[in-house]
Design a protein around this ligand. Structure first.
Ligand SMILES: Cc1ncc(COP(=O)(O)O)c(C=O)c1O
Length: 387
């Protein structure tokens, strides 16, 4: 499988989740679109790309809308409810900056939220006099229902908006997002889901999650070129939802506003359907089963080799797994950075490592090009450093 990627075959790449890695054929499709643009840039960008720009639309539907339809179909959604954004960070910024937060309102996050998202939410909340509350999630050993109960119990009388991950970043947990969404709805709290790691990793039907907004990266697990993500909004949430970059589409409706954010490269969006075709050819079920099976096998292998605790229901694991490292390897962020660099420089293993709760953790991503031998290599490299 590795031959489908440009990845250096001498490196054991266990870090797919961090910035993704595009298959060769997706990059080739993106280049073909670039070549098409460059034959007549004005025609493509001003007349064919979207209905927002100055020229007379010549293609019907506009190219971005056609791509949005294909991506939406993959997600069980309608193209008219989905817009492209560069990444999950941009999508969440759009939602929170557009939401009518007022002085004294509260925005709910969890303590597993991704740092950049925490910053974005805090920034937009503070500018409106709202406060942010990060609820501490329970031990995963207590199972998904404990997560739902904890999040819903943290909703207070001033909570108006919640931003919750579908798959958490460092801890790599699949949260019971549909149950959390139902609880938020029943309590009148708007929910934005940070699904940065979900599309392509999990079987995902976005509307049935029941959230108000859903943001997902296509450039992580859905094999799109980098700078490709989507923002889905329920019908009643589309009015007043603005992109962080205001441009020609202002006041022309949800898709028009997002479909032109100034002159930029649209190829990561337009090549996203090629990533979906690639997954379909691999077999969506087969690919997910391989990735999940490998992540789950990695968890037990590493916990057993390193004699570290690991207790987690399998349904809270997707295509990544986070396992504690042996205690003697350290506990600080500096220890994590040192070990991460040593693994790459000395062992040619690229993997995500972080410090949390007084110890180090490793997050293993399992993609179609990985196999259990990659995990064995990581296990041995770490074990060698403990003796
Ligand atoms: C849960 C979560 N949210 C948001 C992001 C940010 O994604 P991006 O850098 O593509 O905006 C990440 C990145 O890893 C993430 O793990």
């Amino acid at each position: 499988m590795l031959a489908h990627w440009l990845l250096d075959p001498t490196v054991t790449y266990l870090n797919h989740g961090t910035v993704g890695a595009s298959p060769r054929r997706v990059l080739a499709a993106q280049q073909r679109i670039r070549d098409e643009i460059e034959r007549q840039p004005s025609r493509f960008l001003l007349r064919e790309l979207s209905s927002t720009t100055v020229g007379m639309p010549r293609s019907s539907p506009p190219r971005l809308r056609a791509a949005a339809e294909l991506v939406a179909a993959f997600l069980g959604a309608r193209g008219e409810d989905l817009v492209f954004v560069d990444n999950a960070t941009t999508g969440i910024n759009a939602v929170v900056s557009s939401f009518d937060l007022r002085d004294g309102d509260e925005v709910l996050l969890t303590d597993h939220a991704y740092g950049a998202i925490r910053n974005a939410v805090s920034f937009h909340a503070a500018s409106r006099g709202a406060r942010v509350r990060a609820v501490e999630l329970p031990s995963p050993a207590r199972g998904p229902s404990a997560f739902t109960e904890t999040v819903l119990a943290a909703i207070g009388p001033r909570t108006r908006l919640a931003v919750v991950d579908h798959v958490t970043s460092e801890s790599a947990l699949v949260l019971p997002i549909a149950e959390i969404a139902a609880g938020c709805r029943a309590r009148g709290v708007a929910l934005a889901v940070d699904g940065a790691h979900a599309p392509g990793a999990l079987a995902l039907d976005v509307p049935s999650v029941g959230a108000d907004w859903y943001v997902g990266n296509l450039h992580k697990w859905a094999h799109a070129p980098r700078s490709s993500a989507f923002l889905w909004a329920g019908k009643e949430r589309q009015e007043g939802l603005h992109p962080p970059v205001i441009s020609w589409g202002l006041g022309k409706g949800f898709t028009a506003e997002f479909d032109w954010a100034g002159t930029k490269d649209p190829t990561p969006y337009l090549a996203a359907p090629e990533g979906i075709s690639f997954m379909r050819e691999l077999g969506l079920e087969a690919m997910r089963a391989h990735n999940h099976g490998l992540a789950w096998a990695a968890a037990s292998l590493l916990a057993e080799r390193w004699n570290t605790p690991y207790a987690l229901p399998e349904r809270m694991v997707g295509t990544m797994v986070t396992v504690p490292l042996p205690e003697r390897l350290g506990s600080s962020s500096e220890d994590a950075a040192r070990l991460r660099d040593a693994l790459l420089e000395q062992e040619r293993i690229e993997v995500q490592l972080h410090a949390s709760k007084g110890r180090l953790w490793v997050r293993v991503s399992a993609q179609a090009y990985n196999e259990i031998a990659d995990v064995e290599r990581l296990a041995a490299a770490v074990t060698a450093r403990t003796s």
